[in-house]
Design a protein around this ligand. Structure first.
Ligand code: COA
Length: 325
């Protein structure tokens, strides 16, 4: 018995912010952003639209694609770094908006690795026989935690959501294995200092912009390349699968240079790597399902293909998963 992705889809808001948007008011350029990150544009959600709304939009599409009735969902997991509230969880709000109250629901705070953590949780619940159908959502509104004057941050991220209906199968397909890790000693490299209980939200704190996300980009970059490579090698070796047998790598979409370095490290050519960060920027926990969803729409991924998902994010966290589609 295994778990497999029965339906997967994504949703991005309509508003497109190109690199030229930032050029108009910041000391930055389309050239710098393109060369250093690979990003050309990203989406921004309207003020009144919440992370849960993006999550519901993606979930509705995934549920339709899976061809299941909402009543079949037994657990809702939402990976997000930008929840509607500290509590209630965004997963509870998504469950309510989907009309499936009574079903257990919780959030995962694993930064950009959140979707892989979510799939891992779904896999564990399904393989243990506790649930047969789990909804995993990755949803983010990163613009709402961006200092729009901080050129080292606001050009990197975007809003969006993806969702997967994970179900049980007796076939030779689905999630073959995963490895997930965390190291909290790196926590301050990518952090939103205020809005939790650690730092009181005073006028001074707001003036210092501590309620916005902060990152030591250079340091995160180095650890990301090292650990994404390590964890990909770890899961492949665990499953005795060689990199040559991987048809598609779906990496977290943070920076094209990180993705290229990862591909080189694991010995997989870039034409087997799904890249769409030029269109959406870094959408954190939503980036893998958006990239996978788009690749499916484009007909790139076929039944039976071997997929390697790899991510890293705030925590720091990192993880990799192999699936037979
Ligand atoms: N436009 C123009 N210049 C910028 C800029 C921007 N948007 N952002 C930063 N710079 C400047 C810096 O101020 C610095 O100037 P200085 O040398 O005068 O101090 C210079 O560019 C180089 O900055 P640095 O941070 O060394 O650049 P980098 O090549 O490391 O690229 C990141 C910066 C953020 C793109 C890169 O480090 C990165 O992608 N890191 C990983 C971050 C990530 O993906 N995090 C998400 C985790 S899920």
């Amino acid at each position: 018995m295994r778990s497999f992705i029965k339906g997967l889809s994504y949703y991005v808001p309509d508003e497109v912010l190109t690199n030229h948007f930032f050029e108009k008011y910041l000391d930055t350029s389309d050239e710098w952003i393109t060369q250093r990150t690979g990003i050309k544009e990203r989406r921004r959600a309207p003020k009144e639209v919440l992370t849960s709304d993006l999550g519901v939009a993606a979930a509705e599409k995934a549920i339709k694609q899976a061809g299941i009735d909402k009543a079949e969902i037994e657990l809702v997991v939402c990976a997000t770094a930008t929840p509607d509230y500290l509590f209630p969880s965004t997963a509870c709000i998504i469950g309510d908006k989907l009309g499936i109250n009574g079903v257990p629901a919780f959030d995962i705070a694993a930064g950009c690795t959140g979707f892989i953590y979510g799939l891992a949780i779904a896999d564990a619940f399904i393989r243990s026989g506790i649930y047969k159908t789990v909804l995993v959502v990755g949803a983010e509104e990163l613009f709402k935690i961006m200092d729009m004057e901080d050129r080292s941050m606001c050009v990197l991220f975007g809003d969006g959501a993806g969702a997967a209906v994970v179900s049980v199968t007796e076939d030779d397909k689905g999630i073959l294995g995963f490895k997930i890790h965390a190291d909290g000693s790196y926590g301050d490299l990518l952090i939103m200092p205020a809005r939790g209980v650690a730092v009181e939200l005073t006028e001074d704190v707001i003036k210092k912009k501590l309620h916005f996300a902060k990152m030591k980009g250079n340091e995160v970059f180095k650890i990301a390349v090292r650990e994404m490579g390590n964890v990909a090698a770890e899961v492949l070796s665990d499953l005795s699968i060689s990199a040559d047998n991987i048809d598609w790598v779906i990496p977290h979409q943070a920076n094209i240079r990180i993705i290229q370095a990862l591909a080189k490290r694991i010995g997989i050519p870039m034409d087997k790597v799904i890249v769409n960060l030029h269109k959406y920027g870094n959408t954190s926990a939503a980036s893998i399902p958006i990239a996978l969803g788009e690749a499916l729409e484009e007909g790139k991924i076929k039944r039976g293909d071997m997929l390697l998902l790899v991510a890293f994010g705030a925590g720091l966290t990192w993880g990799a998963m192999v699936l037979k589609w």
